[in-house]
Design a protein around this ligand. Structure first.
Ligand code: MOS
Length: 741
């Protein structure tokens, strides 16, 4: 389909604001009389606060109040059945609720002062005495305490075994048993979590929050503080990185709201970088895999089990072991998913939660199997290729993974690979090639949108979604401009405002399919209204015309059969005396149609590494990836999404590791000096291809979503390349040089 905007490599419509610093983030909003809150974090992992002495701190002039569990009872209430839109089973953490310490760095007080410096200074003068209890933060030592990973959570599919694993495994010729481990990872977006809460004269609240869902934040504040929703406005026009960290309301929102309500003043609370390590992480999982195949490589049996950490108060579940049945044709699959409750905060979604880690283990094990079979790893994947989700016994709504493998292998030059590990050298370096598959969910969630066309031909579209840097503003603008035949400059997209029509959290790679469809539908409504009005104009060539008879192009309604017959949109507005046309609509997924299929995005990832034989230093020198993600709305921002995912994957493979000092039960490398993330200098050439695909089952606009798939598979491809380079199988992430030596 010929288009003017959709699919093109358009610049971000918010790009200028971002690079010039005029894009405002949650901590950058101000108000007359704004005061600052600093959070005090617990120094122990488990026990009680015996005494908290705020006397010296309160003496300091300019210190307004110190909120602790002792002076907050009754100020905020918690119904334990309360859930946010992304809650796992359990009861969310309740800040300042009691003297009980449940995890290290638990927020135990908020110091509010006239300036940030004063609040910080005063916080140092608060003395806390603890009654320490023995904590346990060690997953590996606690596997016998594991409980079933189950319960309801948005997007979570409980594990389900099929066929007869044990029998098939016993009977098979080739068997492999292996175990994978990865460290914890923490979100480190540039923008730290912050909330600026303005107390309005009428008792209402205007809240600038760092969030992936303004409606989720509003729901939280409404439920916890017992305030009517219509009195709460949550605003979040820009988000400085999130990818899961902003899905759930975090404690800075609670603290700032509490203080604003009590002091009746505007309050800002921004977490420090170390405090970014206090509210959730990608949980460590210990994964065991058993694979059995016949000599030709056909999988006979697969067992994937995972043990993952969670808190004592919530059972954080994600889809770790659910992927073999979707990736491979195998009749006998065992899936086991267990949790161990530890004295830590509840883990938190991080880009492709479960998939990034589960597929890492699966695709590493597949590589091991390929070597055992003496088979090309790519051929092993193709031998077991499936057009059906074996678990659901449903076909895929679209799956172009074969083409992904073909395109990426060819671009990479995979056919030139010497199968022998440790066979390729370049001076000091051992060179290795590895590959892996990736898979993620493709979903449309219900979303609403509104649109307003003005007499001057300017259009505004809005939905209460978020743009976490992914390009939501831009694709909303493109879809609206395309549908009504307007230049993009004439369209303004609004989001990140709780007064806008409903959208679900900006997560799970669902936004383009969901909000995109709502924007399309609402603009279609405006188009229909315009055509109807055009038909009422005297001597109109569009009398009785139907939508199929016309196109909206170059700011005109144009006769499809005859280009010379057209009327400018602004003329219709003028001649019909219309000031504005306003519409609102709801886009609901077609569940009946969707339920007949399994819906996923797929990828193939090929990686090259060079490892210094003497020093063990690992450099990823090339990544080639091909992605099936349905229709691509914006070639540039979609490419950037995958680029970001690959960078994250390199980071996951080689750098990121939140190190827990179990003596204290605390993550100790809690700053960017010691928590390493991949930087520009670590980045290889990254080659990205989107294979030709549209999927009108996942969404009416053909989109499957690109937010997360770019990451899945990258760590496995790199690990597999490290093996090929060195002959050493490293079964734990990150692959640091001490392990590679
Ligand atoms: Mo993503 S982890 O769904 O923001």
């Amino acid at each position: 389909m010929a288009t003017n905007h959709i699919g093109k490599p358009k610049n971000r419509v918010d790009g200028l604001k971002k690079v010039t610093g005029s894009a405002k983030y949650a901590a950058e909003f101000n108000a007359p009389g704004l005061v600052h809150g600093v959070v005090i974090s617990s120094a122990i992992a488990k026990g009680r606060i015996k005494a908290i002495d705020t006397h010296d701190a309160l003496e300091i002039e300019g210190v307004l109040h110190i909120f602790t569990h002792e002076n907050t009872p009754g100020l905020a209430w918690f119904d334990l059945s309360y859930k946010d839109m992304d809650s796992p089973p359990g009861a969310p953490f309740r800040p300042l609720h009691s003297d009980e310490i449940q995890f290290n760095m638990q927020p135990i007080a908020l110091v509010v002062a006239e300036t940030l410096e004063l609040a910080r200074f005063a916080a140092l003068r608060v003395k806390v005495e603890y009654e320490v209890e023995t904590h346990n933060t060690k997953l590996a030592d606690s596997l016998d305490e594991a409980i079933e990973g189950k319960g309801f959570r948005a997007g979570f599919e409980p594990p389900k075994s099929i066929g007869k694993f044990e029998e098939a495994y016993e009977a098979a010729d080739i068997k492999l048993e292996t175990e994978y481990f990865h460290g914890a990872e923490h979100h480190n977006p540039m923008e730290m979590h912050a909330s600026t809460v303005i107390y309005e004269e009428d008792g209402g609240l205007t809240i600038y929050d760092k969030t992936q869902g303004v409606l989720n934040s509003r729901h939280y504040v409404s439920m916890i503080f017992g305030i009517k929703r219509k009195k709460i406005k949550v605003i979040s026009p820009f988000v400085g990185g999130a990818f899961g960290s902003g899905l759930r309301p975090q404690y800075q929102l609670f603290m700032a709201t509490l203080a604003a309500l009590e002091l009746k003043r505007p309050v800002k609370v921004e977490l420090t970088r170390p405090q970014m390590f206090s509210f959730g992480h990608r949980p460590i999982t210990i994964q065991k895999l058993k694979l059995a195949a016949s000599p030709d490589g056909s999988l006979q049996a697969v067992s994937h089990s995972a043990y993952s950490e969670t808190s004592r108060f919530e059972k954080y579940v994600e889809n770790v072991v659910n992927w073999p049945k979707k990736l491979y044709r195998c009749e006998n699959v065992e899936e086991i998913y267990k949790l161990v409750q530890l004295d830590m905060y509840t883990p938190l979604d991080m880009r492709a939660p479960g998939g990034a880690t589960g597929v890492y283990a699966l695709e590493s094990a597949m590589d091991e199997l390929a070597y055992k079979l003496n088979m090309n790893p790519l051929e092993l994947r193709l031998r077991n290729y499936t057009d059906e989700d074996k678990g659901k016994e449903k076909p895929f709504s679209s799956k172009t993974l074969k083409e992904c493998y073909r395109v990426a292998a060819e671009k990479f030059g995979w056919s030139q690979r010497n199968p022998e590990p440790r066979s390729t050298r370049e001076g000091h370096n051992l060179v290795g090639w590895g590959m892996a598959s990736g898979i993620w969910d493709a979903m449309q969630t219900p979303a609403r949108a509104k649109a307003r066309l003005s007499a001057d031909g300017k259009l505004e579209v809005g939905s209460a979604t978020a743009d976490i840097g992914t390009g939501t503003y831009t694709i909303m603008t493109q879809i609206a401009a395309e549908t009504l035949g307007l230049p993009m400059e004439q369209v303004t997209a609004k989001l990140g405002d709780s007064s806008l029509p409903f959208a679900f959290l900006e997560g799970g790679s669902t936004t383009a399919a969901s909000v995109g469809t709502a924007v399309k539908y609402v603009c279609d409504k405006i188009a229909r209204k315009l055509l109807k009005e055009a038909g009422k104009i005297d001597d109109s060539p569009f009398k009785g015309a139907k939508m199929e008879d016309v196109v909206f192009r170059d700011e005109n309604i144009v006769d499809k059969q005859d280009d010379s017959v057209f009327i400018p949109i602004t003329e219709v507005m003028k001649l019909r005396g219309l000031g504005t046309i306003q519409k609102k609509t709801t886009a609901l997924p077609n569940f009946l149609k969707q339920n007949k299929y399994s819906r996923n995005t797929h990828s193939a990832v090929f990686a090259e590494v060079k490892i210094d034989e003497d020093l063990g230093t690992i450099k990823v020198t090339r990544i080639v990836t091909a992605i099936d993600a349905g229709r691509i709305l914006n070639a540039k921002t979609a490419h950037s999404q995958i680029l970001g995912g690959v960078v994250w994957g390199v980071s996951m493979a080689l750098e990121e590791d939140s190190f827990m000092d179990h003596h204290y039960g605390r993550f100790i490398n809690h700053d960017l000096a010691e928590y390493h993330i991949a930087v520009n200098a670590d980045m290889p050439d990254i080659d990205i291809t989107f294979v030709e695909e549209e999927d009108h089952v996942v969404s009416p606009i053909g989109v499957k979503g690109v937010g997360e798939i770019g990451l899945v598979g990258v760590a496995a491809a790199i690990g597999n390349a490290v093996y090929h380079a060195t002959g050493k199988r490293i079964r734990s992430l990150p692959i640091t040089l001490d392990k590679a030596m």
